[in-house]
Design a protein around this ligand. Structure first.
Ligand code: S3P
Length: 427
């Protein structure tokens, strides 16, 4: 990657990764056909589809507009002939475990080297309490889940995690009684929204900074036809890149604007990026809008508490541009970043330091001063898509050339990222 002078143009994003996973899973256990337009192009969402096929769900991809047509099987899936390969995708393993826990057979779920290091105790414990039998490698993958006869639970999640919340809501569909889940901080609500659009009733109430959700077992789902809004976490890379150049102009049509995801827009606006939203509409309960963005000098930000949970996937790129801001960025309460596809706190600190930045690292975050000048360097993606893309953005204002080893990891969520970024840059 080389330094750029400016960023200009329009970019439409492939469908949101979080929503694509959930729709593919729910379409599989719904009655009737579903048609999912603008399905995520990322390898992670392909892993979910492959697992659904292994569980007996038929689906077809139509290349035009990334449409996936799914023939729902209803609540009973078929026992898989071999292990379900979740690839790099924690979302696939955690959320699908809620569905296979409701099936009267045993499923093995495995993943790549990175996924095999990630904590699964957070789903094992509550699913076991609901009646599933689960074996693991000391709380890590592979998992062997024997499901069936689940009973509802009342569960307070120790960690704020939308994946765990969705896993338990999905398992709750198969359980006897009403499952109640409390989350300590509000996390993305795509599971709740998707379940409703497939016809289930889900109740939600605010509880302090978190919320409580309830679902009754035995509800049936029916297929949907919908268009998945553009992925806001992928758009984050272009939004932050636009922030690096005062003359930048960026248009983003059909972007996901769900309030539990859109905190990034507030933070970037508070930092000085000018963002206007036009054509706001609701599609199957998800807010979708078009953005017009104009660059300005970026001030700085502190991200902590509920903001850290709300911005968890966008923190790597915010941190990567922090040295170019006026006052720098401090991130706290983000310990979860250490157990993502890589240890993202350490990955960001290592790469920024290689570029010549001063970075303070904490167990739960980072402090990065503003007004720093960076130079190009040889960096590593640590096999993590968001680290690869974050540092492609950081490279745009560095002196000299930056090489990112393992940059192809971007394909996990956004295969067209590099050519799309190139197409927006002015050198
Ligand atoms: C996701 C939730 C977050 C996020 C991940 C996608 C989801 O993970 O980091 O990329 O779709 O629910 P946690 O729920 O583990 O925080």
């Amino acid at each position: 990657m080389r330094r750029a002078r400016n960023l200009r143009g329009s970019v439409e994003l492939p469908g949101d990764k979080s929503i694509s996973h959930r729709y593919a899973m729910l379409a599989g256990i719904a009655e009737g056909a579903s048609r999912l337009e603008n399905y995520s192009t990322g390898a992670d969402c392909a892993s979910t589809l492959a697992c659904m096929r292994a569980l007996g769900v038929q689906w077809e991809r139509k290349d035009k507009d990334n449409v996936i047509e799914v023939q729902g099987r209803g609540m009973a899936l078929a026992a898989p002939a071999s292990a379900l390969d979740c690839g790099n995708s924690g979302s696939t393993m955690r959320m699908l475990s809620g569905i296979v826990a409701g099936q009267r057979f045993t499923s093995e779920m495995m993943g790549d080297e990175s996924l095999s290091r990630r904590p699964m105790e957070r789903v094992i414990k509550p699913l076991t309490a609901m009646g599933a039998r689960i074996e693991s490698e000391q709380g890590k993958p592979p998992l062997e889940i024997t499901g069936g006869d689940l009973k509802a639970i009342d569960y307070t999640m120790p960690v704020a995690s939308a994946q765990v919340k969705s896993c338990l809501l999905f398992a709750g569909l198969f359980a006897d009684g009403e499952t109640r889940i409390e989350e300590p901080l509000r996390t993305r609500d795509h599971g709740e929204v998707a379940l409703r659009s497939f016809g289930a009733q889900v109740e939600r109430k605010s509880r302090g900074p978190g919320s409580e959700v309830r679902i009754r077992g035995g509800q049936r789902l029916r297929g949907v036809e919908t268009r998945i809004p553009g992925d806001l976490s992928s758009a984050a890379f272009f939004l932050c890149a636009a922030g690096l150049f005062p003359g930048s102009e960026l248009a983003i049509p059909n972007l996901l604007m769900n309030p539990t995801r859109a905190r990034l827009l507030d933070v970037l606006m508070a930092m000085g990026l000018r963002i206007s939203v036009t054509q706001l509409e609701e599609v199957h309960g998800e807010l979708v809008g078009s953005l017009q963005v104009e660059g300005g000098g970026l001030k700085g930000a502190t991200i902590a508490g509920g903001d850290a949970a709300a911005l968890i996937d966008e923190i790597p790129v915010l941190a990567a541009i922090a040295p170019y801001t006026e006052k720098g960025i401090e991130v706290r309460d983000a310990k979860e970043l250490r157990v993502k596809e890589s240890d993202r706190i350490s990955a960001v600190a290592t790469n920024l330091r290689l570029m010549g930045a001063e970075v303070e690292e904490f167990e739960d975050g980072l402090r990065i001063a503003g007004g720093q000048t960076l130079h190009g360097a040889e960096l590593d993606s640590f096999g993590d898509h968001r680290i690869a893309m974050a540092f492609a953005v950081a490279a745009l204002r560095a002196e000299g050339e930056t090489v990112i080893r393992g940059a192809d990891a971007a394909a996990i969520s956004y295969p067209a990222f590099f050519p799309t970024l190139e197409g927006l840059l002015e050198r």
